[in-house]
Design a protein. Structure first.
Length: 160
């Protein structure tokens, strides 16, 4: 029941307990109890709305920042990750495998604001050895939700 419930809530957190019970062939009481348990266990950490900010606020920009970090003894990457996550500009922080250590998603009013944040805040953290900034040009899908409607491509439909 747990995995099915999580998948349903992941696709639409606005389902009512009654709707979920019908979809899962269960009772509303059992579903409500399972949701309560998952929240208490920290499996369900919150409920978010996916927003296409380009339709609301065309003046903001997002960037993905690659951070290379020297991990500290006994703390690993945790101390740096927690410090980075504490900034209000930071939307997400991920520990990565591969060519860099931390992937940081940042939002700002414009390119200059994000650049200043990287230069003044992230790059100056003691354990950070390098940064690489990639500005997001357009979002097509976020949190499993498509943000772009298919635009019809009419090339090749003209008869000669």
């Amino acid at each position: 029941m747990k995995n099915e419930l999580l998948k349903l809530l992941g696709s639409n957190a606005r389902y009512t307990v009654e709707q979920l019970a019908v979809m899962m062939a269960s009772t509303p009481e059992a579903v409500a109890a399972e949701i309560d348990t998952l929240e208490k266990e920290g499996v369900i950490c919150g409920y978010k709305t996916v927003i296409d900010w380009e339709k609301v606020d065309a003046t903001s920009v997002s960037a993905i920042i690659e951070l290379n970090v020297v991990p500290k003894a006994d703390l690993g990457f945790e101390e740096v990750a927690e410090k980075v996550a504490s900034y209000p500009e930071v939307e997400a922080v991920y520990l990565m495998s591969g060519g860099y250590d931390l992937n940081v998603v940042v939002k700002g009013k414009n390119l200059q604001e994000v650049s200043r944040f990287v230069a003044r805040e992230l790059a100056t953290i003691d354990s950070v050895t390098s940064t690489a900034t990639h500005f997001v040009m357009r979002r097509y899908k976020e949190m499993d939700v498509k943000l772009i409607e298919s635009e019809k491509d009419d090339r090749g439909t003209y008869l000669l």
